[in-house]
Structures are given as structure tokens and as C-alpha cells.
Design a protein around this ligand. Structure first.
Ligand SMILES: *[C@@H]1O[C@H](CO)[C@@H](O)[C@H](O)[C@H]1NC(C)=O
Ligand SMILES: *[C@@H]1O[C@H](CO)[C@@H](O)[C@H](O)[C@H]1NC(C)=O
Ligand SMILES: *[C@@H]1O[C@H](CO)[C@@H](O)[C@H](O)[C@H]1NC(C)=O
Ligand SMILES: *[C@@H]1O[C@H](CO)[C@@H](O)[C@H](O)[C@H]1NC(C)=O
Ligand SMILES: *[C@@H]1O[C@H](CO)[C@@H](O)[C@H](O)[C@H]1NC(C)=O
Length: 492
């Protein structure tokens, strides 16, 4: 099997002898999408004879990190990272590798009661639903036309500006899928974002960005606020980039992995020939000059030439010797409450359950006790599974007001994503100038499954490039190697 041409530069590097590390071990802290994609890309970009050992440490009993499922009353739902965009090309390939994709929304199967924007007293906006057109021929088509008209009536041309903004941002992001021949290996997040033209969006808030391109405050404070609250649990004061990413993630044709998105991580690790250490938490990383010693909660000490942190450092307690210094960042906690039961129409000023929209988003008002409530599955007219997102834990007293019946309630507190704070300041990807790397430095640009895979792909190439000489090579050196025929190796 001959490798695709764009892999040649890296393969050439790897088939040269490693001066310092003949058979290096790469230790990866975290078995989520970052750590598993890193394993995948390291294998994909390295030659079979490179003798790399990959060790992955996962403190939980299962891999997947913030991709996890919850089982409530016998049905399983995504509890964390749940939806993927059609242009999430790495995730798409990963899920094809392991099996299947399915539509991201579990709601549409038996009628859709639309969405509503709740201000604490009333719905500011309610979409038409297929139910309300019961039996009418072409009901779905009619509903979609009516909804477009209603949205246009409320928000006007701002809607088109919004769409253009999102499309332009997605277009820039697509540069990260260009073949690695023309795509540099980045040593910093700043460089990586500047190269694609996305950096400026991290220096302003979404609100500033949208006002500057002429969106109406009504659209920003209603629809767009609802979207950022659902996807990032935060207001439109997140950065323009995180905002654009969350807006892209609320469009159509979203999808998820059948059986749970965590299966991407499981599948990638399974196919990457890794030594997987489950329920083993890394407590310290010590630089011993030519290698690192990673000590674990199980009392083991592992020697690795390369160490990669693939989990947000914001809330874990890893001791680094010598200490490292990264900018302060907070994680935004999102409380996901899963309820099997039925909402109380009276709470929303309505008379019957069928009048309640399937997706209720709320505006930015500190007195509102939830960010969103959505129907995950309709088991019967008065028997549904819902997901409630909120910034604080949901008390029983609150749930008893919102729901008229609850059979089962499951609460999960996620350290879900960074608390975005424009202008963003990024941690280094190379934490110590040597071989200690940090994938999640990228996460305050935007935090999604796909952006983690994109960040991991870059780190994989960076590791392979820097392992070669222990030196920091720029892309020009790589190109030089490729165009110099004396480097051509007979295996290729
Ligand atoms: C990889 O390991 C094998 C067996 O240990 C050894 O024969 C081979 O030379 C090594 N290859 C490299 C590139 O170090
Ligand atoms: C996805 O997989 C296909 C087929 O293996 C490959 O040609 C394509 O480059 C992959 N896409 C990305 C973004 O890696
Ligand atoms: C980003 O901002 C700088 C300074 O304001 C400007 O020179 C540059 O053209 C902008 N880049 C993009 C891609 O908008
Ligand atoms: C790992 O992959 C093999 C095939 O490549 C498959 O048979 C096996 O079930 C997989 N194991 C897990 C845990 O996914
Ligand atoms: C790590 O473990 C080794 C072996 O048990 C020990 O010598 C070393 O002091 C430990 N390092 C730290 C930072 O605890």
C-alpha cells in the first residue's frame, strides 16, 4: 500500500533514524476525543517501522470524556457532546470507520412541536409546528414556509447577515482539512488561528462582532442568545469564534454516532494500537531531562519521551516538575438534568401539554432558572424524556414547578467547556519548550468534538516533526526536505 502523496514529508522524516529516540513512547493523558484522535493521527502519519509506543491514561472506567451517554428509564441519550455538523469531516470519517451515523435530532420522529423563546413570563416567539397543522396535506412544507415568514417578519434582513457570517466562518475553518502538504504545522494556537483567518474573531465578543456587521439587537438578544445558551451555557459575550461555531451547530442536517458519540473515541483507540490504562489518573509529570516520568494514582510510574495533556488542565490536579505556567481559564459548568415525565403547561401559562414547544430556549436573564428544555423522546402524550440545561444545579422544588409529573430524574454536572472570555489568551501547545504538549490549549478558540480532533491532528504532526531532531523545525524545512530528492527513501 503506498501512502497518499501528502503524507510523504512526515513519512520521510520518520523513516530517517531518530537520533535521540529510537523507539519513543508517547504518553497521552485523557481518553476523550482529543487523546483518541491524537493516537489515530500519530499512527496514520508515522511509518510502520517507527516503533512508537502509545499509552493512553483515562481516569474513568470508560473512554470518551465529555462524550457520554445517560440511560433513563431504559432509553439511552447523549449526555454531553451531542451533535455534529455535516462539515465535521474528521468526526464523519471516524464514525464511518466504526460504523454508523444517525440524525442528530431524536425529536423529529413523531411530529415536531417547534420551538419557543421564553422570557420567564411568556413566549417571545413561537414557531409553527406540524401538530398545529394536523392532517393538512404538505403540512411540513407549509410549516417551514410559515416559520420562515414569521422569522423574517420578526428579524428581517439580519437573518441573512447571520447566515453569511456563519458560512464565512465555517469556510475559513475548512482550511484545516487542506492536505498537509500545503498546510503548516503550528506551534501555537495564535498562529493556527491567524493562518485560517479566524484569529480576529477570538479578540471580540460575539455581540460586538454581530453589531459591527449590522445585525439587529433583537436577533442578537433573542435567537442568537438562545443558541449560545444552549450550546455553551453562556451569553453573547462569548468570543465571536465560539459564537459562530455554536451558531453553525444549530442548523440543519446535524448528526450523531449511533450508539453514542463516545464510540468514536473507543473505536479510534481500538484501531490505534494503544496501551490503554483505564481508571488510572496521572497525578504528576516530571521532566527528567531526556524523558518524562508520569506517576499515576495506581502508584505506577511510566517513562515517556513525549507526554501529551489531552484534557482541560483547568480542573485537574496534575503536579508538573518543573512547574508550568498557563493563562488562567475557567470552565463553564453546565448542569444537564434528564427527566422522564411531563412538563407542567401552567408553568408556561398554557392550558395543555400539546401546546408546549419541543424546544424551549430562554433569553439572558439571571432570574431564569434554566437555559433550555428539550424533548428527547416522546413515549406517549403525557410521557416524555426531557433534557434541561441550567447554570446551577436544579433543585427538586424547581423541577416540581416546571414538571407536573416526574418518574425519574438524573442530574449531571459537566465542566463542559471553557468560560469564553474575549479577547482570548491561549496557553502554549508546547508547554515546556521540549516534548510536553497540550491539545486543549485550542479549546478556548472553540470547544467541540471536531475542533478537538483538528487540534489533535496538528499536535500529532508537531510531535512527529519535533521528535525527529528534538529541534523546532518550521514548515519551510519540511518543504525543503520534500523537494530534495536525496531524501527519497527506497521504501517509498
Ligand atoms: C524497531 O524495533 C525493532 C525490534 O526491536 C528493531 O529491529 C528496529 O531496528 C527498530 N526500528 C527503528 C526505526 O528503530
Ligand atoms: C476521510 O476519509 C477519506 C477516505 O479514507 C479520505 O480520503 C479523506 O481525506 C478523509 N478526510 C479527512 C478530513 O481526513
Ligand atoms: C484582523 O485584524 C487586523 C488588525 O485589526 C487586520 O489587519 C486584519 O486584516 C484582520 N484579519 C482578518 C482576517 O480579518
Ligand atoms: C476493536 O476492533 C475489532 C476489529 O478491528 C473489533 O472486532 C472489536 O470488537 C473492537 N473492540 C472494541 C472494544 O471496540
Ligand atoms: C514518581 O514515582 C517515582 C517512583 O515511585 C518516585 O521516585 C518519584 O519521586 C515520583 N515523583 C513524584 C513527583 O511524585
Amino acid at each position: 500500500m503506498s501512502p497518499p502523496p501528502f503524507l510523504l514529508p512526515l513519512l520521510l522524516l520518520l523513516t530517517l533514524p531518530f537520533p535521540s529516540f529510537p523507539s519513543p513512547t508517547v504518553c497521552i493523558v485523557g481518553g476523550g476525543i482529543g487523546g483518541s484522535s491524537l493516537s489515530h493521527f500519530i499512527r496514520r502519519y508515522s511509518a510502520p517501522q517507527s516503533n512508537l509506543t502509545l499509552r493512553v491514561f483515562e481516569r474513568n472506567a470508560v473512554v470518551g470524556g465529555r462524550m457520554a451517554t445517560v440511560t433513563i428509564a431504559g432509553h439511552t441519550f447523549e449526555a454531553g457532546g451531542s451533535i455534529l455538523h455535516p462539515k465535521n469531516y474528521y468526526a464523519r470519517n471516524f464514525s464511518e470507520m466504526i460504523g454508523q451515523r444517525r440524525p442528530g435530532s431524536e425529536r423529529s420522529e413523531d411530529g415536531d412541536r417547534g420551538f419557543g423563546i421564553w422570557d420567564g413570563e411568556r413566549f417571545l416567539l413561537r414557531s409553527w409546528s406540524v401538530d398545529s397543522m394536523g392532517g393538512f396535506p404538505f403540512a411540513e412544507k407549509m410549516v417551514s414556509l410559515l416559520n420562515d415568514a414569521m422569522m423574517f417578519f420578526r428579524y428581517g434582513f439580519s437573518l441573512f447577515k447571520m447566515k453569511t457570517f456563519v458560512e464565512e466562518t465555517v469556510g475559513r475553518f475548512l482550511k484545516y482539512y487542506e492536505c498537509s502538504d500545503s498546510r503548516p504545522v503550528f506551534e501555537t494556537v495564535d498562529e493556527m488561528l491567524k493562518w485560517s483567518g479566524l484569529y480576529n474573531l477570538t479578540t471580540h465578543t460575539l455581540e460586538e462582532e454581530l453589531i459591527s456587521i449590522g445585525l439587529s439587537p433583537l436577533l442578537i438578544n433573542e435567537l442568537i442568545t438562545v443558541i449560545t445558551r444552549i450550546n455553551y451555557g453562556q451569553s453573547v459575550r462569548i468570543s465571536g469564534l465560539a459564537g459562530a461555531v455554536s451558531m453553525a451547530g444549530s442548523g440543519e442536517d446535524l448528526w450523531a454516532v449511533k450508539g453514542g458519540n463516545w464510540r468514536m473515541a473507543a473505536g479510534l483507540l481500538n484501531q490505534s494500537d494503544v496501551l490503554l490504562h483505564l481508571q488510572e489518573e496521572i497525578v504528576s509529570v516530571s521532566d527528567l531531562g531526556t524523558h518524562y516520568a508520569l506517576n499515576s494514582s495506581a502508584g505506577n510510574s511510566y517513562i515517556c519521551e513525549v507526554a501529551v495533556v489531552a484534557t482541560p488542565l483547568d480542573e485537574v490536579d496534575i503536579e508538573f516538575h518543573p512547574p508550568i505556567s498557563i493563562p488562567k481559564r475557567k470552565l463553564q459548568h453546565t448542569h444537564a438534568t434528564f427527566v422522564r415525565g411531563v412538563l407542567n403547561p401552567a408553568y408556561f401559562g398554557l392550558k395543555t401539554v400539546v401546546e408546549i414547544p419541543d424546544l424551549i430556549g430562554s433569553i439572558e436573564d439571571p432570574s431564569l432558572p434554566f437555559s433550555s428544555i428539550s424533548v428527547l423522546k416522546r413515549h406517549g402524550e403525557k410521557d416524555m424524556t426531557y433534557k434541561v440545561f441550567s447554570r446551577q444545579a436544579t433543585e427538586d422544588t424547581l423541577l416540581d414547578e416546571i414538571f407536573s409529573a416526574r418518574q425519574e430524574t438524573i442530574r449531571i454536572n459537566w465542566g463542559a467547556y471553557p468560560h469564553f472570555d474575549a479577547p482570548e489568551v491561549f496557553a502554549p501547545i508546547i508547554l515546556d519548550g521540549r516534548h510536553l504538549y497540550y491539545i486543549n490549549a485550542f479549546e478556548n478558540a472553540a470547544s467541540t468534538m471536531e475542533t478537538s480532533a483538528v487540534a489533535a491532528e496538528n499536535v500529532a504532526r508537531l510531535i512527529l516533526l519535533r521528535l525527529h531532531g528534538g529541534l523546532s523545525l518550521g514548515m519551510s524545512d519540511l518543504r525543503g526536505i520534500k523537494s530534495d530528492p536525496t531524501y527519497l527513501h527506497s521504501d517509498l
